[in-house]
Design a protein around this ligand. Structure first.
Ligand code: NAD
Ligand code: 0WE
Length: 263
């Protein structure tokens, strides 16, 4: 008996076994959901297919969120396997690497801004639009992943900050728009996790250490814990929760002045 028995979930954003999306996919599966996975490109195809085999052998399909055609094709393909969809997980984000360091004002470009807003924020609403017909009449739920840098200025997060702010506002507007159809929309604001998207970020190790020292729980978050929170939000246990951003970060968002040990 799981809290997601009988539910069907589409999870985007799996790139490796460290991906937050993979933590969520595993938690959804272990709570009884059927899981379909998308992969950004052919390079990731076989890895994502292996992940699918490890969580119930559900359908997999290509999806680059910058392409409207890809989005349409992905849901057309999903419709061949399933007659409805209960859960959509959006775990996709991107900005040009060279804009994720140094001066926000000097290093942000019009193209970098547009691309990061397109991939990291607009795509959530675009996926919701495509998923909407399959989500009717089943108390469906949409979930995205965000970060504290959308609420507060975090060094080097730069152009991704406004992208996450737009994403979090979209959670509220999508919740307002879709609520009458019984569709809930929420976000998880996760603490830092060493994933592919974090690799190559200068000083990520130092940031992890700082977070662990300052966070009330005195450690960093795991993708299993983010997955469990996602399973809850996607389940009927959270039937009264929509338009919410839930911090799953060992409490880091709640403190100031770095706690007692940080420095
Ligand atoms: P990840 O690298 O494992 O996942 C990022 C995913 O985005 C990849 O699967 C990649 O294929 C996908 N992606 C990028 N551009 C895409 C496109 N055009 N079309 C389709 N997919 C595309 O890293 P992650 O940390 O698991 O990131 C998942 C989400 O979690 C992101 O939204 C990220 O901002 C968010 N997040 C990450 C952290 C962290 O510290 N790692 C913390 C909070 C929130
Ligand atoms: O949202 C993220 C990751 C965002 C991200 C990371 C990359 C690296 C590779 C977006 N685009 C790219 N583009 C690339 O080419 N996080 C919350 C993780 C993260 O990234 C940071 C962080 C944290 C935390 C960047 C700077 C400072 C802190």
């Amino acid at each position: 008996m799981g809290i997601l028995d009988g539910k069907k979930a589409l999870v985007t954003g799996v790139a490796s076994n460290r991906s937050i999306a993979w933590g969520i996919a595993q938690a959804l599966y272990s709570q009884g959901a059927e899981v379909a996975l998308t992969y950004q490109n052919d390079k990731l195809k076989s890895r994502v297919q292996q992940c699918a085999e490890a969580c119930g052998n559900g359908p997999t399909m290509p999806l680059d969120v910058t392409s409207g055609e890809d989005i349409a094709n992905a849901f057309a393909e999903l419709g061949k396997h399933w007659d409805g969809l209960d859960i959509l997980v959006h775990a996709v984000g991107f900005a040009p690497r060279e804009e994720l360091e140094g001066s926000f004002v000097d290093n942000t470009t019009r193209d970098g801004w547009s691309l990061s807003q397109d991939i990291s924020a607009y795509s959530f609403a675009a996926l919701a639009k495509a998923a909407r017909p399959m989500m009717q009449g089943r108390n469906a739920s949409l979930l995205t992943l965000t970060y504290l840098g959308g609420e507060r200025a975090v060094p080097n997060y730069n152009v991704m900050g406004p992208a996450k702010a737009a994403l979090e506002a979209s959670v509220r507007y999508m919740a307002q728009d879709l609520g009458a159809e019984g569709i809930r929309v929420n976000g998880i604001s996760a603490g830092p996790v060493r994933t592919l998207a974090a690799s190559g970020i200068g000083d990520f190790r130092r940031m992890l250490d700082y977070n662990a020292a300052a966070a009330p729980l005195k450690r960093n978050i795991g993708i299993d814990e983010i997955g469990n929170a996602g399973a809850f939000l996607a389940s009927d246990l959270a039937s009264g929760i929509t338009g919410e951003i839930l911090h799953v970060d060992c409490g880091f968002h709640a403190i100031a002045l770095g706690g007692n040990e940080a420095g």
